[in-house]
Write a protein that binds this ligand. Structure first.
Ligand code: AMP
Length: 284
């Protein structure tokens, strides 16, 4: 196995991608916060299918964490991450320090996520998506990939990145990978490691609520919401943040009589850990 080259500086990263770029190879970027699990690995496998040269970035971006959020507690497991990447043949991991990314302190110039950026995740986490889009912009400018790969797990993030790419004409294709789940349905997340046994048992209610929602899709929006809510209300450890049904093209809530494809979004605090999940349904 070829060891993964860990690159910490922007200058080194640019030098590292200059040869494959010059050879006309397609470069894929997979941005992550690290603490890698099989969901991340699915993104990386997809990246290897659609490109010749894969760069994985591992950077816990302070700009996307609010002052009361889990920035300090967020798991940082670079050695374990590299051990997971080596068998996949990833040539380069970009793991910059905060100083390398923000040498003059938090970025003054930021990308503003707009209306959808202040809903749902953005409503609960003020400024989160501005921070995400700003760091994604920086990473795209540093790596200059032809394709950037994101997980459907963070549906609102994918939507906003695609909107940014379209609105601002970034020369990159956004590739999306379906949610990878545990056998019982729980969506994989770096934060799942914070769940104790009781919270882990309760956490499965998120995906169960989405399955109940999907099973009621033929009965309309209100029935979908009621079905999901009844599963979540059953579990005292689940403190619901939001449950909503959005139109995939606008990411705005659908009307009661809406018909067609829709995304059910759920976010909850489960025993002290914030989890999100979503499911594509067809309201008929
Ligand atoms: P994160 O490190 O949590 O920022 O995630 C990095 C990327 O992995 C994002 O594009 C996520 O949507 C994606 N991701 C995280 N968990 C999953 C999952 N369970 N299935 C698919 N993609 C995921």
């Amino acid at each position: 196995m070829v060891p993964v080259a860990v690159v910490e500086t922007i200058a080194e990263l640019r030098a590292g991608v200059s040869d494959p770029s010059a050879r006309g190879e397609r470069i894929a970027l997979v941005p992550t916060l690290g603490a890698l699990h099989d969901g991340h690995l699915a993104l990386i496998r997809r990246a290897a299918e659609v490109a010749d040269f894969v760069v994985v970035s591992i950077f816990v971006n302070p700009l996307q964490f609010g002052p009361t959020e889990d920035l300090d507690r967020y798991p940082r497991t670079l050695d374990d991450d590299l051990a997971k990447l080596e068998p996949l043949g990833v040539p380069v991991v970009f793991a910059p320090t905060v100083d390398e990314m923000y040498p003059s302190g938090p970025s003054q110039t930021r990308v503003v996520a707009g209306e959808v950026g202040s809903l749902f995740e953005g409503n609960s986490r003020a400024g989160h998506f501005d921070g995400v889009l700003t760091v994604v912009t920086k990473l795209l400018n540093i790596v200059r990939p032809g394709v950037v790969v994101f997980g459907q797990k963070d549906a609102q993030q994918v939507y906003l990145v695609q909107r940014m790419v379209d609105d601002l004409n970034f020369p990159v294709t956004v590739e999306t990978v379906p949610i990878v789940r545990e056998p019982d349905g729980l969506a994989l997340s770096s934060r799942n490691r914070f769940l104790d046994d009781d919270a882990r048992r309760a956490a499965v209610k998120l995906s169960a609520s989405l399955q109940a929602a999907a099973a009621s899709a033929h009965l309309g929006t209100q029935a979908v919401l009621a079905a999901a809510r009844s599963i979540l209300a059953d579990e005292p450890l689940v403190k619901l943040d939001y449950l909503t049904v959005v139109q995939p093209q606008s990411f705005l809530p659908v009307d009661d009589d809406y018909r067609g494809r829709a995304l059910v979004l759920v976010a909850a605090n489960v025993g002290g850990t914030r989890l999100i999940d979503n499911e594509l349904i067809t309201l008929s």
